[in-house]
Write a protein that binds this ligand. Sequence first.
Ligand code: ACO
Length: 326
Amino acid sequence: MAIRSVILGVGASAPERIVTNYDLEKLMDTSHDWIIQRTGISERRMVDEGGKWSDFVVPGCLMAMERAGVKAEELDMVIAGTMTADMMMPSGGCTIQSLIGAKNAVAFSLSAACSGFIYGLTVADRFIRTEPDMKILVIGADLISQRLDWEDRSTAILFGDGGGAAVLTGREGERGILSTRMYSDGDLWDLLYVSGGGTLDPAFNEASIKPHAIKMKGNELFKVAVKSMGQACLNALEEAGVKAEDIDLVVPHQANLRIINKVISRLGLDMEKVIINVDKYGNTSAGTIPLALNDAYEAGRIKEGDLVLMPVFGGGLTWGATLLRW
Ligand code: ACO
């Protein structure tokens, strides 16, 4: 029987501070109605001033480890899918390794913007296929609120802070990852990017937020997101020999409710099978899928044996999809 990568436990967390659409109305020329209609977002979480990425990432990791019954020193690898860790160096993976005490693990970060968690699952899956005893903590989490230009209403309303983690290991049987795919197209980088802080535009002596804020071509990105995520889902299903109608639950990247609606209708599925929490958290980049997976788990919406599909899309451009049997 095949060895597959199984999620032993999932956890998530987000800062406590809630920022509603009504709060944003006071900061810029926008309205709750416009944001709800165009995106489905009602509120998002944001760190307080001085807050940092690891503050809310560690509780999500500890929750996943407790549910998995795996202690920090048993972890062999920590993969952090993020673009907003506490420091440029060390990596977010090493920061979390130290904070949770995963002293026997190798830790690193993986930069794939919103796709970080699905890229992390894919890398973990490849390791587990060759070394099934490995226990791997995969993190997807971002602190985007410090990367927002409050004078750009078309991006500032979309994002929030949060994320989560999953612990994986190899198990014989039907459960686990059936197919996981990742894709990229660097030619489309300028649909979504942050230039400041890299070597092209170093941060030294910068007084302005502008180079460090997210820039986005929303309309173009919307179309590419629908097309790429839809195709990634179809490819993952085909590779696993699974029909779309057999999917029990879709846990998609939560960027915009309209994008999710279109991807789901392309798959011919009912929205009742889809986990939506973009209304509560906005787009937390690499954090959206673990946050939504954790919501589904805590609400009892995932049962053992369910087929779960998790499509994602983000800056790079990057995209992908993981199909697993829970
Ligand atoms: N409040 C009020 N009006 C606004 C706002 C706002 N916050 N933002 C833009 N508008 C205005 C625009 O100025 C424009 O006005 P005009 O017609 O007078 O010029 C009008 O609303 C329509 O603007 P569009 O950009 O055409 O609106 P659209 O329906 O495309 O929605 C949005 C914009 C929500 C950004 C959409 O394009 C989108 O979601 N794109 C996908 C990108 C995305 O989700 N990115 C997240 C990161 S990517 C990822 O995670 C994968």
